[in-house]
Ligand binder design. Structure first.
Ligand SMILES: [Zn+2]
Length: 289
């Protein structure tokens, strides 16, 4: 008899960009220690990593003239900071700057997650330097990951944009679709951002109906994954086909169809939760309805 995993197990999906190696401690010390800290050096969309067979993302000292500096969390008892490298400034040590996507597979996933978190933390810091309500310069909050406007008291949290992603099953087939933004031949599951006022389940039903014109039922949780390009939280579900004919909008989606295990098209990269969803279905490990 075929074995199925009947309930979603949060440990079943390895979330590549889960930065759990870092534990934030609050309230944090306002001053950055002169020694004994670790640094991730951030430049645009990449980080400076060491050369060699096992390149390190952590530096033992920050740049001499950093741009933005942000606390990331502690690794054990050691505080860890992200520091922005100023444009044109020399890169400390024997390091090279590599983009986050290009780091996948070159460094351990736990380091990749920290590198991506450092890039997005510097990015959020840049976009919250000034209060969106009154324009005053903001200050860091020491008791949580946020900034506060000293003039009007607005508290600004790093933006997290929730997006649903859903694998739709119909008997022994799944629905896969092509977005015009995908690389050639690649097909994936349906995804979209959650709108204000929606539950996650409603967002699933709406996105599926909008993009491929069908109805779904038995929507159930699969796993989640922080997706730092730039600030999504992907929440993945499985749903069953409930009715309707595939009808695409030719805008977000240029093709959609049903695929069996023996005729799968080109699929997303291994590091994505969409691929984890599809692989789990191929291995008959998705939560049953
Ligand atoms: Zn303000």
């Amino acid at each position: 008899m075929m074995q199925h995993t009947a309930s979603p197990d949060p440990s079943a999906h390895h979330a590549v960009f889960s930065a759990t190696a870092l534990l934030p401690r609050y309230p944090r010390v306002p001053d950055i220690p002169a020694t004994g800290a670790l640094w991730v050096l951030v430049s645009d969309q990449g980080v400076a990593i060491g050369n060699g067979e096992h390149p390190q993302i952590y530096a033992e000292a920050g740049p001499s003239q950093p741009g933005i500096v942000e606390y990331l969390g502690h690794i054990g008892t050691v505080p860890c900071y992200a520091a922005e490298l100023q444009q044109g400034a020399p890169i400390p040590g024997d390091r090279v700057i590599i983009g986050i996507r290009d780091l996948y597979g070159r460094i351990p996933d736990r380091d990749l997650a920290v590198a991506a978190f450092a890039v997005r933390t510097i990015g959020s810091s840049k976009t919250s330097r000034f209060c969106g309500r009154c324009g005053h310069e903001t200050l860091p909050v020491l008791s949580e990951r946020a900034k506060r406007c000293p003039a009007c008291d607005l508290v600004i949290y790093p933006r997290i944009s929730p997006a649903i992603i859903v694998l739709i099953t119909r008997g022994e087939e799944i629905l896969l679709a092509r977005s015009p933004r995908f690389p050639a031949v690649m097909h994936s599951v349906i995804a979209g951002f959650v709108e204000p006022g929606e539950t996650l389940e409603h967002a699933v039903s709406r996105e599926v109906l909008e993009e491929v014109g069908i109805a779904v039922k038995n929507i159930r949780y699969f796993a989640s994954e922080p997706w730092p390009f730039p600030d999504s939280l992907m929440i993945a579900f499985v749903a069953d086909y409930a009715g309707g004919e595939i009808s695409i909008d030719n805008n977000e989606i240029v093709f959609a169809g049903w695929f069996g295990r023996d005729n799968l098209p080109g699929l997303p990269a291994k590091m994505s939760i969409s691929r984890a969803l599809i692989d789990s279905w191929v291995e008959r490990k998705i939560p049953l309805s």
